[in-house]
Design a protein around this ligand. Structure first.
Ligand SMILES: *[C@@H]1O[C@H](CO)[C@@H](O)[C@H](O)[C@H]1NC(C)=O
Ligand SMILES: *[C@@H]1O[C@H](CO)[C@@H](O)[C@H](O)[C@H]1NC(C)=O
Ligand SMILES: *[C@@H]1O[C@H](CO)[C@@H](O)[C@H](O)[C@H]1NC(C)=O
Ligand SMILES: *[C@@H]1O[C@H](CO)[C@@H](O)[C@H](O)[C@H]1NC(C)=O
Ligand SMILES: *[C@@H]1O[C@H](CO)[C@@H](O)[C@H](O)[C@H]1NC(C)=O
Ligand SMILES: *[C@@H]1O[C@H](CO)[C@@H](O)[C@H](O)[C@H]1NC(C)=O
Length: 383
């Protein structure tokens, strides 16, 4: 994209986002008025939403997280409690995959790195449950539900072709590996296997495990020509730290978006920063402040408390109060100081987005991927 075009694009995006903020977005429920100690009443939801929405029964959707070690459970308690509770209210299934649980996981997923192993295990789990679940919301175990007035169906893409949805992180140019929303299809399961097996093909560098690898997986499955597939690989191969890793990731992002907005025959979608369809973001971006538009937040580890994450609820969760169909969500009572308006949170995130976008453009020039004026380099030539 030419620089001028990019500016116009950002400008339009800004207004698009503003319009979204001001319009009666479907979550008007957790009030933006003064927060109180009263329980939520999600008045955007009706009784049927607790069983089915957008013609997808809640029972066909499962939230899955993998846990490596028993001791992690305690660290993730807040996040896991909120997610379990949310799932119970809506009748979504929820499964914590124990990496050492089943012999078949041990037999078929020998991946030495836990981060790759988990994708292999998820693929097997999905295959075992073809009859049971059509959609999987995979989450890191330290992702928690801040605002339960959202339905998972709201994040499922309208386009029938999309089988996997990922998102871009705010603080850099990277596609996240920590959560994705996928259909239980042959394509998704093969994708996961391909990704997991990158464990055996990693360069001998600071590769960033599965998060670094997701970028190369997308490159290899999206492009046909080996030259295109591996156009950023050398940056990954020589990576010695986070800056190098992020350079490699910027290169892949630029390459992928150069000829598509969705990837691998429109089967994979990656939600950009600020996309209203994204379901999770890092908690620390806003110092645990949040607004009704938020659904899930990432980074809820008790060991991080008071550092990058503050406990956002008034009390501990009592999971016996999470009943299917109950729209009062008694556990979800909030520390008032952390509840902000959509506009406030939006402003912080937009600032971050524009800042990172400028960094990204400069980095591409520095890497000699784009020309001085921001235009694409074609066969080494600036147009
Ligand atoms: C939701 O499903 C339950 C059974 O799982 C049923 O008892 C209830 O009537 C259903 N509610 C609506 C609004 O369809
Ligand atoms: C996983 O399963 C094994 C065997 O059943 C058990 O010993 C271990 O405590 C479990 N770990 C977690 C994190 O649940
Ligand atoms: C990656 O780096 C290694 C040296 O560490 C080198 O032998 C190899 O050829 C490089 N591969 C590519 C594709 O650049
Ligand atoms: C999580 O839920 C369990 C079971 O209800 C409860 O004992 C524990 O106190 C809860 N912890 C938090 C931090 O909500
Ligand atoms: C906007 O972002 C810049 C760079 O990260 C930061 O210095 C500034 O404080 C931010 N402003 C607001 C209002 O968040
Ligand atoms: C950037 O790439 C062009 C074309 O390949 C080349 O002529 C130029 O020397 C490169 N500049 C740097 C700093 O690598």
């Amino acid at each position: 994209m030419k620089k001028g075009k990019q500016k116009v694009y950002l400008f339009l995006m800004y207004f698009f986002i503003l319009a979204q903020t001001n319009s009666a977005f479907h979550i008007d429920s957790v009030s933006t008025k003064e927060p109180t100690e009263e329980s939520l009443f999600c008045n955007n939801l009706n009784a049927e939403d607790f069983n089915e929405s957008k013609r997808i029964p809640n029972s066909r959707i499962i939230i899955v997280a993998t846990v490596e070690k028993q001791e992690h459970y305690d660290d993730y308690m807040i996040a896991l409690n909120s997610t379990k509770c949310y799932a119970s209210h809506f009748g979504y299934s929820m499964q914590l995959l124990n990496v050492t649980d089943k012999p078949i996981y041990q037999r078929d997923c020998k991946h030495p790195d836990f981060f790759f192993k988990r994708h292999c295990i998820l693929g097997i789990f999905m295959k075992e449950h073809i009859q049971d679940y059509d959609y999987i919301l995979y989450i890191d175990a330290d992702m928690g539900i801040i605002n339960p007035c959202h339905r998972i169906q709201d994040y499922i893409d309208k386009s029938k072709s999309i089988e996997m949805i990922f998102y871009e992180r705010y603080f850099n140019y990277e596609f996240a590996a920590g959560s994705f929303l996928i259909r239980n299809t042959q394509f998704s399961r093969s994708f996961l296997k391909y990704w997991a097996d990158y464990n055996y093909r990693l360069p001998d560098s600071f590769h960033g495990t599965d998060n670094g690898a997701i970028h190369q997986v997308l490159m290899e499955l999206h492009f046909f020509d080996p030259k295109d597939k591996f156009q950023c690989f050398h940056l990954w191969n020589i990576s010695k730290g986070y800056d190098d890793l992020f350079s490699y990731e910027a290169c892949t992002k630029h390459a992928l978006y150069s000829n598509s907005v969705n990837f691998i025959n429109n089967k994979v979608k990656i939600l950009p920063k600020m996309d209203p369809q994204r379901w999770v973001r890092d908690t620390w971006l806003t110092d645990t402040k949040w607004s009704p538009r938020d659904f899930m937040l990432h980074g809820w580890k008790i060991s991080l408390s008071l550092d990058t994450f503050m406990y956002p609820f008034l009390d501990k969760f009592d999971l016996t109060k999470c009943q299917h169909g109950d729209n009062k969500f008694e556990n979800f009572k909030y520390v008032p100081e952390l509840v902000k308006t959509d506009e406030e949170i939006h402003e912080i995130l937009l600032n971050k987005t524009l800042f990172i976008h400028a960094k990204y453009n400069n980095l591409l020039k520095f890497l000699n991927i784009t020309c001085k004026d921001g235009s694409r380099r074609v066969n080494g030539e600036c147009m």
